[in-house]
Ligand binder design. Structure first.
Ligand SMILES: C[S@@+](CC[C@H](N)C(=O)[O-])C[C@H]1O[C@@H](n2cnc3c(N)ncnc32)[C@H](O)[C@@H]1O
Length: 236
């Protein structure tokens, strides 16, 4: 049976995370599409450290590639991490990226349901929640909250922008123009633009904040906004 364009759109990205050849080039991608990608990782480290103890155990959901794990491990030499991701190839890349920190990082293949019960002192979920339909997004956030100590921080950042026209198309054009201006391959940018445009899982920033509330987070602060991207720090 023919899949819908929406299913195809998400599948375009999820297939990429399962393909070892494309995963090998992963690290070059996000900084070209997300303004301030590395800065978001550092800001996440700063925000988590406001509440997490020096020997914190941190849950990183969507940890494939290992890029935020590496930044956080370098910022905090006594933190331990559990990284969870359903894509085996992305976890292999994380293993290679985290070679120097292997003794502090446990990697688990699966979704949030495969994550240990914790309790964790802090958590992140970067560039991942935009792949999850709304109900699954709220469920995943609630499962993260269930694994956090009371008052512990969660930092999330992902695609989140106005979904009414013509604003939606205008922001999508800016998303593609930024990637081109950053040196991304034009064919790849066109594919990414089409895939994101066809994705039904995208929410507005207001709805993303509602998801955090519905998942049981009480204090929610937006710390980052750039073109089609937003980031929040939330506490229970
Ligand atoms: C764009 S990558 C982001 C990786 C990393 N967090 C970063 O910022 O570079 C998205 C990751 O989310 C993972 N992913 C997809 N669906 C997921 C789910 N339901 N739960 C957790 N991770 C998921 C993918 O396998 C992929 O590794």
């Amino acid at each position: 049976m023919r899949k819908s364009p929406v299913a195809d759109a998400n599948q375009t990205f999820l297939d990429m995370f399962a393909d070892p050849e494309r995963v090998a080039a992963y690290a070059k991608g996000p900084p070209r599409y997300m303004p301030g990608y590395e800065a978001v990782q550092r800001m996440a480290g700063v925000l988590l450290a406001e509440q997490a103890p020096a020997n914190a155990h941190v849950l990183v959901l969507g940890a494939g590639g290992g890029l935020e794990l590496k930044v956080l491990a370098e910022m905090q030499p006594a933190w331990r991490f559990t990284g969870v991701d359903p894509a085996g190839a992305m976890l292999d890349l994380a293993r290679a990226t985290l070679e120097n920190h292997a003794e502090r990082v446990e990697l688990v293949e699966g979704t949030i349901d495969a994550a240990p019960a914790g309790p964790f002192d802090a958590a992140t979920c970067l560039l991942t929640l935009h792949f999850l339909p709304r109900m699954e997004r709220v469920r995943t956030l609630a499962e993260m909250r269930r694994r956090l100590r009371p008052g512990a921080p969660l930092v999330v950042a992902h695609a989140s922008f106005p979904q009414d026209e013509p604003a939606r198309s205008r922001w999508l054009a800016r998303y593609a123009a930024y990637a081109l201006a950053s040196g991304a391959d034009p064919t790849e940018v066109e594919q990414a633009h089409t895939a994101v445009a066809n994705s039904l899982t995208l929410l507005t920033p207001e709805d993303d904040e509602a998801c955090l509330h519905e998942a049981g987070f009480g204090t929610i602060e937006r710390f980052y906004a750039a073109f089609t991207w937003r980031g929040w720090v939330a506490r229970t």
